[in-house]
Design a protein around this ligand. Structure first.
Ligand SMILES: NC(=O)C1=CN([C@@H]2O[C@H](COP(=O)(O)OP(=O)(O)OC[C@H]3O[C@@H](n4cnc5c(N)ncnc54)[C@H](OP(=O)(O)O)[C@@H]3O)[C@@H](O)[C@H]2O)[C@@H](O)CC1
Ligand SMILES: [K+]
Length: 471
């Protein structure tokens, strides 16, 4: 029975290599039980509920590997149930992997036919995409690309098996072209590429079928999908006998002339997230009060570290002038958790000495780059960062010994111990000026209230996404 991933708490993510290892172990331990038969059965069950009631055929696109084998099993079962099916596959049966070859033979023995191309001008009740799964190796071209374009143009629901064909299951990148699915039925466990980069746009509604394998039997992986907050992401209940000193003094450095708003947004967000008190160290000295949020205090930036804040955030509207550089140098030496965002990251990227100082810090460091900032920090292009967002976040985390949130579709949170999470909250409405400043403020507030750095970053990213749900 498929599960909606959002119903699961922090489900593990499996790279293609993990899937291959699971497959090998299963085959060695259960030589007579085929996981493909289970995958095809789950597919036929879901397909039966998705196919429109027009009575038109189900179009099944099958590829040259085991993803195609899953589709062939589903074809056989759907035909048995009375569905009309059209199977398109141009693989050489002599070169199919063993399970897929058995599925091919069973389909043919049941009287099924296989077409070498999609019949023109026909209407379908459903498309099942079993072209490529976790075995996608390169960009799709040729006939398969043409089939995918044709399927994308059909006016009927589309169900992708395991991952939409053309989507790299490890990183969510489209390899040439990809099937735009309305539903994706993924097998065994969730794949990171379904949650980040192009994944959410192509996967549609996700369904997970574990194929009857107990989660405890699956390998432990470093990645999770952050589908909801866990207890570790919550602050303890406040005692009645409390005072503001217990909930942190957040210092925020930034707000150069013309960019003061960034600092105000961060400060207001920190107060809303429960910080005991917030001081803004605004570089534009003309600004000494926020009349809309008069609880914010203002300090001369050079004096802020001496005031011993319990957490410091630097970057919102900071600019890159020499004064900003000097303030960053001072902030890096602060004996408290430090959030680096925006121009603080750009300054780090441009100065090896500062970067080394950041990497040597003994108190927690948290970086919240968007892909452009991450690209500058890693000396790469934004496209290069987006091509493998998980790897990029992990490289930054290792390089700076920091907790890193690489913002964007499916924000990646990478930790220095190698663990990572992909947040499933949020959406394109977060793509707006000031959005990152709010995240910085929320994060600083959670740190100020004593939450562990890694948990605070995950919680802040999640909560920030929740505040910007679909309009
Ligand atoms: N893991 C499990 O336990 C279970 C896995 N199951 C299922 O198996 C799927 C994985 O199967 P898989 O490993 O056979 O890979 P798959 O995605 O079918 O593709 C490989 C084939 O495609 C080819 N090919 C690749 N890229 C190409 C391109 N751009 N253009 C053209 N060709 C390209 C490649 O050719 P080659 O690179 O070898 O030349 C090879 O022939 C998985 O997603 C799930 O659906 C389930 O049965 C349940 C249990
Ligand atoms: K597929």
């Amino acid at each position: 029975m498929p599960i909606a991933p959002r119903a699961l708490v922090s489900p593990p993510l499996f790279m293609a290599a993990d899937c291959r290892a699971i497959d090998r172990h299963w085959a060695a331990a259960h030589p007579t039980t085929s996981l493909m038969e289970r995958a095809g059965t789950a597919t036929a069950e879901l397909a039966g509920t998705l196919a429109s009631e027009s009575g038109e055929s189900v179009l099944i696109l099958a590829g040259p590997g085991n993803n195609g084998g899953d589709a062939l099993v589903a074809a056989r079962l759907l035909a048995t149930q009375g569905f009309r099916v059209v199977v398109v596959n141009r693989a050489d049966p002599a070169h199919l992997p063993p399970d897929a070859a058995r599925a091919w033979a069973a389909w043919r023995e049941s009287g099924g036919t296989i077409l070498a191309d999609i019949p023109p001008s026909q209407r379908y009740s459903l498309v099942i995409d079993g072209l490529f799964g976790v075995g996608l190796q390169r960009d799709i071209g040729g006939e398969e690309a043409r089939w995918i374009e044709a399927a994308n143009g059909l006016n009927c629901p589309k169900l992708a098996l395991d991952v939409p064909s053309g989507l790299d299951s490890d990183n969510g990148r489209v390899r040439g072209c990809a099937l735009r699915a309305d539903h994706t039925l993924t097998f065994l466990g969730l794949k990171p590429g379904l949650f980040t980069a192009d994944g959410p746009d192509y996967a549609g509604q996700l369904h997970l079928d574990t194929l009857g394998i107990d989660a405890a039997a699956l390998p432990v992986t470093p990645g999770i999908a952050l589908t909801q907050l866990e207890s570790r992401h919550h602050l303890p209940a406040r005692r009645q006998n409390s005072h503001k000193g217990l909930f942190g003094h957040v210092g925020i450095v930034g707000g150069a002339s013309g960019m003061v708003g960034a600092c105000l947004i961060a400060g207001r967000a920190a107060l809303q997230q429960g910080a005991g008190s917030v001081t803004l160290a605004v570089l534009d000295e003309r600004v000494v009060v926020d009349y809309l949020e008069p609880r914010l205090m203002f300090a001369v930036p050079e004096n802020l570290v001496d005031a011993q804040p319990s957490v410091l955030a630097i970057g919102p509207g900071l600019g890159q002038q020499p004064r900003a550089h000097a303030l960053l140098e001072t902030a890096l030496a602060a004996p408290c958790p430090l959030v680096l965002d925006a121009d603080a990251l750009n300054l780090l990227a441009g100065d090896v000495g500062l970067a080394k100082q950041a990497a040597r810090r003994t108190h927690p460091t948290l970086l919240t780059p968007h892909p452009g900032e991450a690209a500058r920090l890693l000396g790469a292009s934004s496209a290069g960062i987006q091509a493998n967002r998980i790897k990029a976040a992990q490289r930054l985390s290792t390089q700076y010994h920091a907790h890193v949130a690489l913002k964007g579709a499916g924000t990646i949170i990478a930790h220095p111990d190698g663990r990572y999470a992909i947040s499933t909250s949020g959406g394109p409405w977060l793509a707006q000026a000031g959005s990152g400043d709010r995240l910085t403020g929320m994060l600083a507030a959670l740190l100020g209230q004593g939450m562990d750095a890694g948990n605070a970053l995950e919680a802040a990213v999640w909560l920030h996404g929740e505040t910007a749900s679909e309009r």
